[in-house]
Ligand binder design. Structure first.
Ligand code: HPA
Ligand code: ZN
Length: 336
């Protein structure tokens, strides 16, 4: 199963680039940028990655970003992710970034974007990968700040395809962000949103109805609402599920309890993704492998998940068809 998963062509649709900051790069950049860290070593940092909930993770995640200062820091981060993703069979990645987490500490929007796009434009093609960029607004910061961030993005429609909503979900429903998402769609951006990770099924409904979300990031809590499950299945709204993240942040008690298989059985277009792999213990192939082992997913179901990832991608139909054909050819060539 290990070899099958690694080579299986896949798209990654839920990946925070800041969540790919491995402790070794964290330490290297801290030294170069003269930033003090609360850990003595990379091993000590890793040992601290033990989270009770989403907020406990976010505190470390935003803290770690202090080492990202120059455009080249963002380029190195992004290149390292692309290398790991390519090794995991990722052919297409739609990558989140959190500009407010950088502008709030004095790093300019354009510095962040220039660094990331430098790597996407120059490095991804050498790996045979395509990429898109999704700007996420932080839902625990003011709506007006999200609107200002959207304004900063208007000059960069060539490099930003979509906008999303992330950060602390509890007590931060989607509805207040409706004007920001309305404006974003008017400006031609696609919209997605994190919902139903720590928040209730109603946040998923709100993301669809108030934000026009084309995909739901996580969406685990949607399974609590049978009518919503039917709606997601009928409309084929993709869920970008992140199994190892859900275990690490205690969204589920155990991977064996994860609703991923139930989502597939309900006809939902579920996909598997890594979220913040430097913090959650595995890149995307490891998420497929761990879910397969815990939930007893067979090759047919793993192939379905890979097909879903391309079906759910923001790619033109001819490119989707080519990727789907590559998945099918790969699966057909593997021993049963
Ligand atoms: N949830 C919400 N916000 C985030 C996450 C997540 O899993 N990762 C990075 N920002
Ligand atoms: Zn996420």
């Amino acid at each position: 199963m290990t070899d099958f998963v690694q080579g299986l062509p896949k798209a990654e649709l839920h990946l925070h680039i800041e969540g790919t900051l491995e402790p070794e790069l964290l330490f290297a950049l801290a030294a170069e940028n003269d930033v003090a860290l609360p850990y003595g070593s990379a091993a000590e940092a890793r040992a601290a990655y033990d989270f009770q909930n989403l907020q406990a993770f976010l505190d470390l995640y935003y803290g770690g970003m202090a080492v990202l200062r120059r455009a080249e820091d963002f380029s190195r981060l992004t290149r390292a992710y692309l290398d790991r993703a390519a090794a995991d069979g990722v052919r297409h990645a739609e990558i989140f970034f959190d500009p407010q987490a950088h502008t709030a500490r004095g790093v300019a929007f354009d510095t962040v974007l220039a660094g990331i796009t430098q790597a996407l434009d120059n490095h991804a093609p050498t790996l045979g990968m395509t990429t898109r960029l999704i700007l996420c607004f932080l839902r625990d910061r003011p709506v007006a700040e999200a609107m200002e961030t959207l304004h900063a993005a208007l000059d960069h429609k060539d490099s930003i395809l979509a906008v999303g909503l992330d950060s602390a979900e509890r007590d931060h429903p989607p509805e207040p962000f409706r004007p920001v998402f309305d404006r974003a769609r008017t400006e031609g951006f696609l919209t997605v949103a994190h919902a139903g990770e720590e928040g209730p099924a109603a946040h998923v409904t709100g993301a669809l109805d108030a934000l026009g979300a084309r995909r739901i990031d996580h969406g685990v809590a949607a399974m609590d609402d049978p009518a919503l499950v039917r709606r997601l299945a009928e409309a084929q709204v993709p869920l970008t599920v992140c199994p190892l993240s859900n275990v690490k942040l205690q969204v589920v008690d155990d991977l064996a309890d994860h609703p991923l298989k139930a989502m597939l059985e309900a006809g939902i277009l579920a996909t598997v993704n890594s979220d913040d792999p430097a913090y959650f213990g595995g890149y995307v192939a490891e998420n497929y492998r761990a879910a397969a082992a815990a939930l007893g997913l067979a090759k047919a179901e793993l192939t379905q998940l890979a097909r879903n990832s391309f079906q759910a991608a923001f790619l033109p139909d001819p490119q989707k068809r080519a990727h789907l054909a590559a998945v099918d050819a790969y699966a057909a060539a593997q021993p049963a």
